[in-house]
Design a binder for this molecule. Structure first.
Ligand SMILES: [Ca+2]
Ligand SMILES: [Ca+2]
Ligand SMILES: [Ca+2]
Length: 226
């Protein structure tokens, strides 16, 4: 297991170095929209809860989930950021022919299964769009929910990936009744006050593979810059 404190320190150092290498002069943060994204490694979580049915496991060169938990695809740590990621296991539904069991291998309700928690300090309040880098190999491992503190807002439900199969892929799209592959711009958290908050992710589909996430006040954010 990675020490979350060490991961945070590494993240802080990398952000510092990244800022230091920038050729642009520093600008005063006149609005939240001009501040850079908050980027966090998924495996640097602080806690997980609601783990009786499904839970998140670290996958890296040194750490493998228990082999008795069903997982049909090979590990993908080599190309993950930090060479590590999280996966929800067991993965008992990998395609439409396998039985969908609500509350077990799927849940449309956020905050019910396999909740990850990240203690973050927000310098600025504002609307933060949530981007997640995930690795999907099938049609039933590509959904997750996100929430803030004790709230699971509509704008954090049903993050969805369709494009970018078999690769680590950044996305920020919400699955809707009309658009199953997701609509951009609908996934966000409204942070009302500066200071400490808990960002939380919970399962929608088992087998979800989670590398890192970014929070940005920029509605036109391009994750290719990361
Ligand atoms: Ca898998
Ligand atoms: Ca699944
Ligand atoms: Ca990672």
């Amino acid at each position: 297991m990675y020490d979350p404190l060490i991961m945070r320190l590494l993240l802080a150092v990398s952000l510092f170095v990244g800022l230091g290498c920038s050729s642009a002069p520093p600008e005063p943060e006149e609005s939240a929209g001009e501040s850079g994204p908050i980027v966090v490694e998924a495996e640097a979580f602080d806690r997980q809860t609601e783990t009786d049915t499904r839970r998140w496991y670290v996958v890296s060169a040194d750490t493998q989930p228990p082999t008795d938990l069903r997982d049909v695809d090979p590990p993908h740590a080599e190309l993950a950021s930090g060479s590590a990621y999280l996966e929800i296991l067991p993965d008992t539904r990998t395609n439409h022919d396998e039985e969908l069991i609500h509350g077990e291998n799927f849940t449309n309700e956020p905050g019910k299964l396999a909740i990850l928690e990240y203690d973050l300090d927000f310098a600025d309040p504002g609307r933060y769009f949530v981007w997640v880098s995930a690795y999907s190999t099938g049609p039933e491992d590509n959904g997750i929910h996100v929430g803030l503190d004790d709230e699971w807002p509509d704008s954090g439900q049903r993050m969805q990936w369709c494009e970018g199969k078999d690769a680590w892929t950044w996305a920020s799209k919400q699955r809707t009744e009309e658009v199953h592959c997701g609509v951009p711009g609908l996934i966000f958290l409204d942070v009302e006050t500066p200071g400490p908050h808990v960002v939380r992710f919970s399962m929608r589909e088992d087998g979800f593979e989670f590398d890192r996430f970014a929070l940005t006040t920029d509605p036109d954010f391009d994750p290719a810059a990361l």
